[in-house]
Write a protein that binds this ligand. Structure first.
Ligand code: G4P
Length: 528
């Protein structure tokens, strides 16, 4: 096999999604420890915004710093190159996470055994379902009392609409947690609460659970329960089939305790065996296969430099096909011009380094002085536009005013760049040219104000504006769209790309507009 083919075949690029506090950071850290990417526990900082400090801007900066550092964490394990893409759990940054999910090939969902399926997890899994991303579930915190395992699986199947099949099964939980039985490999892995550094776990073959040794090992009652439960599992759940997983027909479930480093190696060992290689990506023009000769990729995330004196940013590019090479001319499709990169960067958990080449499945960081925006495509020359990097209909709105007439240029530039980064969306109302910022979460308004001031020296003032939703509108007949636009002038705005957006005051006016104009289509995402 050629180098390119071998390299691509060993890439596994995935994201961990979870509701805040379920244990995403802890699990990430343990995976990195196994990969030898970090040496000590505590090296991965949580990118969580602590509830008590949401109004504290140092907290936002701290979070930003961490999320640059943890955007991609790569390590080698068992001949595979694993790329973990970080996904913020905070709901105000959900859009960031949605976009990151366009750049992964699979996902691990972490669920807290006591809390079960939480709101943020539901939303994120919905995005994965839409994209048919294969999902593995890890039920965490088994050392704590929580929901009964069968009930939890029911909840996963119902709330997440994910048919699942357990590949491991817990023996007890909380104080009585003794370990997990690996159904797939038919062995019992014993839990030792003092084994946080991940010494090899004590595992005992049990191809036959009727073996009386099981009673001696975990006690009669626990053994009887395990026997009964594994029999039930066989009756209720389908056998695991990798193809079903790859097509998101079924999701395997694991149980463990991330903080105790228990069940994590099992998860990782199974992950490297079953998780997909880089998958083909749909461009508007055609499907792009990872192993094509020519390079292509798209920008899914942009991060401003942490140092306000240097306005350059890092654009994160997911490579979709071929080999990316340093100092090579590539086509920036939207701008229709050639660019080359002297310092493309890869991220290795605790350090970054300049790389000479990277392969489909990898993510590279490109230093950017304002040329990129989210969704941009780079290729070896072909005109390609990758699909599936949506903007979502915002739910919070403020009208913006310039707070300092001498700095209007700075304000315009700052707003422009922050919108390119995907922090929020800017709409211009047609009747009065009012500028309206729409976001998914309220925290973004503080971030924008703070960053405009610190990075661009501009002052923005907000005014509350009562809007329910902003939805993109289209119609098959351009004349119908034009007629709608004129009739509803007060409610029409343009987004940054000049697409028409309907600003609805309330759910009621929106429904009226839909009822009265069946010829118009209303879209909740920009991907139509
Ligand atoms: P997140 O990134 O998903 O938001 O969660 P994170 O890993 O930060 O974990 C949230 C809390 O849950 C942390 O405690 C962490 O130690 C704890 N935790 C993670 N895995 C387990 C587990 O298997 N069992 C138990 N009992 N706890 C677990 P914290 O008190 O918020 O922070 P810390 O001070 O302990 O770091």
């Amino acid at each position: 096999m050629s180098t390119q083919k071998t390299e691509i075949a060993r890439r596994r690029t995935f994201g961990i999604v979870a509701h805040p506090d379920a244990g995403k950071t802890t699990l990430t850290e343990k995976l990195l420890l196994f990969g030898g990417a970090i040496q000590v526990a505590g090296a991965v900082k949580s990118n969580k915004i602590k509830k008590s400090t949401t109004s504290d801007f140092m907290e936002i900066e701290r979070q930003r710093g961490i999320s640059v550092a943890t955007s991609v964490m790569a390590f080698d394990y068992d001949d595979k190159k694993i790329n973990i893409l970080d996904t913020p759990g905070h709901k105000d940054f959900a859009e960031d996470t949605y976009r990151t999910l366009t750049a992964v090939d699979s996902v691990i969902v972490v669920i807290d055994v006591a809390k079960g399926v939480e709101e943020q997890t539901e939303k994120l899994v919905e995005v994965c379902r839409m994209r048919k991303t294969p999902i593995i579930v890890f039920v965490n915190k088994m050392d704590r009392p929580g929901k009964e395992s069968f009930d939890l699986l029911d909840e996963i199947e119902q709330k997440l609409q994910l048919p699942c099949t357990p590949l491991s099964w817990p023996v007890g939980m909380g104080d009585r947690f003794q370990g997990v039985y690996n159904i797939f490999e038919q062995r019992l892995v014993l839990f030792r609460p003092d084994n946080k550094q991940g010494r090899p776990e004590e595992t005992i073959e049990f191809t036959d659970l009727e073996d009386p040794d099981l009673d001696k090992l975990i006690g009669k009652a626990a053994a009887a329960e395990l026997r009964a439960e594994t029999t039930m599992i066989k009756e209720i759940y389908p056998d695991f089939d990798r193809n079903d997983y790859l097509q998101q027909v079924i999701s395997p479930v694991f149980f463990g305790s991330a903080v105790n480093n228990f069940g994590v190696k099992e998860l990782l060992d199974c992950f490297v065996r079953i998780a997909p290689e880089p998958r083909p990506r749909a461009a508007e023009e055609r499907a792009v296969q990872p192993n094509e000769d020519n390079f292509s990729g798209f920008v899914f995330k942009i991060h401003a430099n942490m140092d306000p004196r240097h306005r350059d940013r890092i654009a994160f590019l997911r490579i979709c096909s071929g080999t990316f090479e340093r100092n090579t001319n590539y086509l920036h499709v939207r701008q229709n011009r050639k660019m080359k990169f002297a310092n493309p960067t890869s991220f290795m958990a605790d350090r970054k380094e300049v790389i000479d080449e990277a392969y489909a499945g990898d993510v590279v960081g490109l230093y950017d002085s304002g040329n990129f925006k989210i969704g941009d495509t780079l290729t070896a020359g072909e005109e390609l536009h990758f699909k599936g990097i949506p903007s979502f209909s915002p739910e919070q709105f403020r009208r913006v005013y310039n707070g300092d007439p001498l700095k209007s240029k700075q304000l315009a530039k700052g707003l422009d760049q922050l919108m390119d980064e995907g922090v929020a969306q800017l709409f211009t109302r047609e009747v009065d040219n009012a500028q309206i910022i729409g976001t998914v979460g309220a925290l973004q308004f503080d971030v924008i104000q703070y960053r405009l001031e610190h990075e661009y020296g501009a002052t923005v003032q907000y005014e509350g504006i009562s809007l329910h939703k902003a939805l993109w509108v289209t119609a098959k007949d351009p004349a119908a769209l034009q007629a709608f636009r004129e009739r509803r002038r007060q409610h029409i705005a343009q987004d940054k790309e000049g697409r028409l957006v309907y600003l609805a005051d309330s759910a009621w006016t929106l429904q009226m507009a839909k009822d009265n104009h069946p010829e118009i289509e209303f879209h909740a995402t920009s991907e139509f």
